[in-house]
Design a protein around this ligand. Structure first.
Ligand code: ZN
Length: 259
C-alpha cells in the first residue's frame, strides 16, 4: 500500500523520524511526503535520499503561505526543483485556498502564483499535487486553461465538480476524512478506482481524535473497499499501480522484482 500524501517534515515527527519510517516500512510499499514551505525543502530532500526507493518527495509552495511568496521565493523554488529534479516526483501542494485567505488581493495573488507554478510543472514535466479549499471554480478554471493532464487533486472534496475532474482524466486521492464525510463517500462511489489514490495527510488529518500516521492509509483502503464492494487486496493492487504509474515511482520492491 502507498500513502500518496503525508508530511514527514512536521515537527511532531522530527524527534522520532527513523521510528516512524521503519514503522511505515512494515506495512507500506512507499510514501510520498510533501514539503510546502521553503524552510522544509532540504530536510525533505534529505529524507528521500536517505530512504531512497521508499520515501519520495513532492515540493511546492502552499497557497496558505501566499503572503510570504514573491518573485524571489518563486525563483528559489524553481532553482531548487531544477537542481534536484531526479528526486522530486511532484510539484505540490500548490493551488488555491480561500478558506484561510479572505483578502481579495491575496486571492488574486494566489491565482497568479498558481498559474506560474503549473507552467513550471509543465515545463519540467512533473505531475502537480493540488490543494483546493473553497476555491474549486477558480482552481479548475485555471487547470483547464493550462490544459495539463498530470493533475492529482489531494483530499478532493468538491463533489459538484467531479464530472469535470473525471472528464479531464485527473486523479484524486482520498484520506481519513472518508470515514466521516458523506461528500467524500459519494465521490469515491462515483470515481473509477483507476483514478483513486490513497493518502493520510499525516499528521494533519486526525483519526479517532489523534494525529494520523502514514500507516493509517490502511483504514482508508478498507473504507474504499467497503464503498466499492471490492476486496482490500484488489483496492491495494489497483491504487498502488495508479500511484506508481502516475508519479513514475521507482520503488525498492519494483527494483527487486526487475532483477
Ligand atoms: Zn497536505
Amino acid at each position: 500500500m502507498i500513502d500518496v500524501h503525508c508530511h514527514l517534515e512536521h515537527e511532531s515527527f522530527k524527534t522520532k523520524i527513523e521510528e516512524v519510517i521503519e514503522g511505515c516500512k512494515i506495512g507500506l510499499k512507499a510514501v510520498i511526503t510533501c514539503a510546502t514551505h521553503p524552510k522544509d525543502f532540504d530536510y525533505t530532500l534529505n529524507l528521500c535520499k536517505r530512504y531512497s526507493g521508499f520515501v519520495f518527495c513532492s515540493i511546492g509552495l502552499h497557497p496558505e503561505y501566499i503572503e510570504e511568496i514573491d518573485e524571489k521565493v518563486l525563483r528559489a523554488f524553481i532553482d531548487f526543483v531544477e537542481k534536484n529534479k531526479e528526486n522530486v516526483v511532484s510539484i505540490g501542494e500548490i493551488g488555491l485556498d480561500y478558506f484561510w485567505v479572505n483578502d481579495e488581493k491575496l486571492r488574486e495573488k494566489q491565482k497568479e502564483y498558481f498559474e506560474s507554478l503549473v507552467d513550471f510543472a509543465k515545463r519540467v514535466e512533473k505531475p502537480i499535487t493540488i490543494h483546493i479549499r473553497e476555491a474549486y471554480e477558480d482552481a479548475i478554471k485555471i487547470l483547464e486553461e493550462k490544459d495539463y493532464q498530470m493533475v492529482h487533486l489531494h483530499m478532493f472534496g468538491g463533489d459538484k465538480f467531479l464530472d469535470k475532474i473525471l472528464s479531464n482524466e485527473w486523479r484524486i486521492s482520498v484520506g481519513p476524512i472518508l470515514l466521516r464525510s458523506k461528500t467524500h463517500k459519494k465521490i469515491v462511489k462515483k470515481t473509477p478506482i483507476e483514478r483513486i489514490m490513497l493518502e493520510t495527510d499525516a499528521p494533519w488529518m486526525k483519526l479517532e481524535g489523534k494525529p494520523s500516521l502514514p500507516t493509517d492509509v490502511i483504514v482508508v483502503a478498507k473504507k474504499v473497499a467497503e464503498i466499492k464492494g471490492m476486496s482490500l487486496e484488489e483496492v491495494e493492487k489497483v491504487t498502488d499501480r495508479n500511484v506508481i504509474e502516475f508519479f513514475g515511482l521507482k520503488t525498492i520492491q519494483l527494483f527487486q522484482s526487475n532483477i
